[in-house]
Every structure is written in structure tokens, then in C-alpha cells.
Write a protein that binds this ligand. Structure first.
Ligand code: 9WN
Length: 469
């Protein structure tokens, strides 16, 4: 079914339609704007989420670089003493009973000596570190506008650089005591790809104990429960939260006792790419050479770690279950981690692109739009409507588009951009999409969908680059 956006795009001149589409996207970000930070979505997610805010800053940069900078600064105000950036900062003004588990559930995290002053409360989990990538993009847009914008953006980089350094230090130490170059996550929520089949095996080893009854407010905001994780998933999520709280949100205790400890390759690849961005920021702010040596060592270690997780048979990178001591063989978009990390040799890059083009992903004959399903239809955990088990996500497509550009693959990147924009325009800035019929699923007016739309619209390639292979 065609939405208002879609009709507008077909009826108007291409330029007129794009201008109105960008205006709609800006409107979504304005509507979700809470002053210095942005709700991830108006109803389903009324708080500030960590990696959402990074993508949101990228979108905001195209109409207000100062506000984009504030989005990241506001998040980093709630950084823990260890350097951790919480995956949620709870909105004190959110209606009661709007999101579960809400601030009251996490309040005990505030008792940790490492937690920032509360309220607002934060969760004690974290999410992939897209932030330095976002800050660098804010800088690039501000620098192009020149004058005061550029000056303000440089001040912003100086303010945020030490916070980024501490954040990446946390991830490369507390979350990688083995020095493997791969980040350990304690909970599927930390991956950002919550109910992906990536986590099925390690979750099946989690024995859930006594849990009090709890509400599923999330189900009120979606058309069908099949779009969200199941109750069995939620029991395990809440049990893991209970264990992390019982360990006092302390890294060493958690590492010792926690039943879910997984090396996440997507998280690790984003960290490797974010370290490249951090290196550029370090140069821009004139950071000491010792910092740069440290960041270079994180980058090298990250690449080594990812390299070790390559599965030549699947042509993908695999997560690793530390508790079971084995790789997790699922076919999901996370397997493209080396593409996101960047700097791949031609052999590995070719292998990744072959997998991307294969019927397991973009070459699948039933796809409504040529964008990759979050889980390959060939994976036994695939489900076409369920959250991260199959639907396509604009924000993931943005990450792949950005990575393809960095890998020197502009035509493939443009293919993704050209498929993603009409997909989003067919909806009200949907959170994710059924891959075969193209139905918009999850939340409407999702902030990061609007944000990546703005970045894509601002990055129209010149005529030459547009010719899609
Ligand atoms: C749990 C906000 C977040 C995203 C995640 C996405 C979803 C939360 C939820 O929404 O997770 O953190 O309640 O389902 O999986 O990637 O950051 O948009």
C-alpha cells in the first residue's frame, strides 16, 4: 500500500519530492526532540538510547550541527566512571508504564560506585560505539559550512575527545580482558540486534530462575506480537539483567559468574571503525602522540580479532561464545563485520561482496527491495516478521552503505542508498521492514530512520557515480 510520502515522491519533480521528504524526516526528529537529546521513537522507545543517538546526530548535522553536537554531549554526561556509556538514559518525563524495564527496574544500578549521579537513571548495559563516527561526520558537515559552525564544532571535538578515549578504553579493557581485539557482551540488548539468531545458542544455556510477573508494554505499540521478541526471549533478557544487577554491575564479578558472555563481531567491527574516526579526531584536537599510539594499537588488535573469526565456508565473520568455547554459526548481517571494520585486503573484500550478492542476502529472489535481510532466509533462525530475525533495517543499510563507500565500492553503495530511500518513503519512517512484501514493522517515526534518510539525501553522488552496476 502506498503512503503519502510515496505518492508525493511519484507525483513531484525529483528535486521537489526530495525536499519534501527531507522536511518530513526533519519533522520526525523535531517531534522526538527533548531539548538536548532525542527519543528513539515517540511511543515504543520514549528514552535516549546510546547508538540511536549517534545515528541521530548524523542526521541532525544536516540542519543544525550545534544541536547534533549536543545530542552526543548529552549522552556522554551520563558516562560511568569506568568509561561505560549506558545503553539507555531514562527520560524522567516519560509517561509511567510506557517502557519496560524502565528506570525503577534499573535504579539499583545507580548504587554502583561507578554510576553517574541519578536521576536520570541509566541502564548498566552498553551498545555499539558509533559515537566517534558520528562526531567526525558532524565535524565534516560543520567544516563545509565554515565560519562559526566550524569553530563551534572544533570546540565540541575538544570537549568530547577525552570522553571518547575513556569509552573506547573501557571497551578494550573491561570488555576485552583477554586482549583478543573482540568486545564481550553480557546481554543481547548490548548488541543492538536483540533477538537475532546469533544469540539463540548462548541464550539456550541460560537457566532462568524465579521471575516476578512483568508487563510487555512494547506489544501495545506494534500491530502484532510476532514483530517483537517472544516471552521466552524476554524471560531470558530479564533474568540476565537480574544477574548483572546481582553482580553489582561490576565488570569482574560479571565476567566471573555470568552465563552469557559472547564476543560480538558487529560491535567489535564498529569499535574498529570508530577507532579510525577517533584517530582523526585526535589529530584534529592535537592529542598527545601517546594517545595516537594507543588508538593505533586498538585498531590493529581489533582487525586481528575479527580476522580470527572469519568462516570461509559461510563467507562471513562469526561471533564467539566464551562460555561454550565455540563460534556461533548463524548467517546474519553481523557477519559483514570486516566490511564495517574497513581496511580489508582484496581477497577478503571480494569474499564479503560475493556473500552480500549471493542468494543468502541481496541475491535472494523474493526480496521486495534489494536491501539485506537482518538474518539470511537460509538461516534456520530466519523469521520474516520478527524483529532482528529477518526484517531489513534502514540503519543497518546505512552502516553497510557507509562501509561500501569506504571500501571503494561506490556503485554498490549507491545501489543500497537507492533501494533504501523508497523503502523508507513507503512508510512513516518505520523501524524495520518485512523483506518479502515490504510491510513497515515496529515503531513509526523512528528517529534513526529519519536521521539516516537525511544523511542519504545529503549524500547524493554525482552523475558518474550514480550509474548502478
Ligand atoms: C532494547 C531503540 C532500541 C535500539 C535497539 C533495538 C531496540 C530495545 C528494545 O530498540 O532495543 O534496547 O526494547 O527492543 O533492538 O537496537 O537501540 O531504538
Amino acid at each position: 500500500m502506498s503512503s503519502e510520502n510515496d505518492r508525493m515522491l511519484r507525483a513531484e519533480t525529483p528535486l521537489g519530492a526530495e525536499i519534501r521528504f527531507a522536511a518530513r524526516a526533519r519533522q520526525v526528529l523535531r517531534q522526538n526532540d527533548m531539548g538536548d537529546w532525542t527519543r528513539a521513537a515517540p511511543n515504543l522507545y520514549p528514552h535516549q538510547w546510546s547508538w540511536d543517538s549517534a545515528f541521530i546526530a548524523i542526521g541532525l548535522a544536516h540542519f543544525n550541527t550545534r544541536r547534533a553536537a549536543r545530542e552526543l554531549l548529552a549522552l556522554f554526561e551520563h558516562q560511568w566512571r569506568t568509561g561505560k556509556v549506558p545503553h539507555i538514559v531514562f527520560n524522567p518525563e516519560a509517561p509511567p508504564a510506557s517502557y519496560f524495564p524502565g528506570p525503577e527496574h534499573w535504579a539499583c544500578a545507580a548504587a554502583s560506585p561507578d554510576a553517574p549521579p541519578a536521576p536520570p537513571y541509566t541502564s548498566c548495559l552498553c551498545q555499539p560505539p558509533v559515537h566517534a563516527i558520528a562526531a567526525l561526520r558532524v565535524w565534516e558537515v560543520a567544516e563545509r559550512s565554515g565560519g562559526e559552525e566550524a569553530g563551534a564544532a572544533r570546540v565540541f571535538l575538544r570537549q568530547i575527545y577525552p570522553k571518547f578515549l575513556l569509552w573506547h578504553h573501557y571497551l578494550t579493557t573491561h570488555r576485552d580482558p583477554e586482549g583478543s581485539g573482540l568486545v564481550t557482551i553480557y546481554h543481547p540488548w548490548e548488541s543492538g540486534t536483540d533477538n537475532s539468531p546469533r544469540w539463540d545458542a548462548p541464550l539456550s544455556n541460560v537457566e532462568v530462575g524465579e521471575l516476578p510477573p512483568y508487563p510487555r508494554y512494547d506489544l501495545r505499540y506494534v500491530a502484532s506480537p510476532s514483530e517483537r521478541p517472544t516471552d521466552v526471549d524476554y524471560d531470558r533478557y530479564l533474568w540476565l539483567v537480574k544477574l548483572i544487577k546481582k553482580a553489582g554491575c561490576d565488570e569482574r564479578n560479571t565476567y566471573r559468574s555470568h552465563p552469557f558472555l559472547v564476543k560480538d563481531v558487529l560491535f567489535s567491527a564498529i569499535l574498529a571503525a570508530a577507532n579510525e574516526a577517533l584517530m582523526e579526531i585526535a589529530a584534529l584536537v592535537g592529542a598527545p602522540s601517546g594517545d595516537r599510539t594507543l588508538i593505533a594499537s586498538w585498531i590493529a588488535r581489533g582487525h586481528r580479532g575479527l580476522n580470527g573469526m572469519w568462516d570461509p565456508e559461510l563467507g562471513l565473520c562469526l561471533d564467539y561464545d566464551l562460555r561454550a568455547g565455540r563460534p556461533l554459526r548463524s548467517r546474519t548481517v553481523a557477519g559483514f563485520a570486516p566490511l564495517i571494520a574497513g581496511r580489508q585486503g582484496s581477497g577478503r573484500l571480494e569474499a564479503l561482496l560475493a556473500t552480500l550478492d549471493s542468494p543468502a542476502f541481496l541475491g535472494h529472489p523474493w526480496l521486495h527491495w534489494p536491501v539485506p535481510p537482518s538474518t539470511s532466509p537460509f538461516d534456520e533462525g530466519f523469521h520474516r516478521r520478527s524483529y532482528w530475525r529477518g526484517p531489513t533495517w534502514p540503519v543497518v543499510n546505512w552502516l553497510l552503505w557507509w562501509s561500501l563507500l569506504r571500501a571503494g565500492e561506490p556503485q554498490r553503495a549507491e545501489g543500497l542508498r537507492q533501494a533504501s530511500l523508497p523503502q523508507i518513503a513507503s512508510s512513516s519512517f518505520g523501524e524495520y521492514f518485512e523483506p518479502f512484501v515490504g510491510e513497515s514493522l515496529g515503531a513509526d517515526d523512528q528517529s534513526w530512520t529519519a536521521a539516516v534518510t537525511l544523511d542519504w539525501l545529503a549524500n547524493e553522488p554525482c552523475q558518474e557515480e550514480r550509474k548502478v552496476a
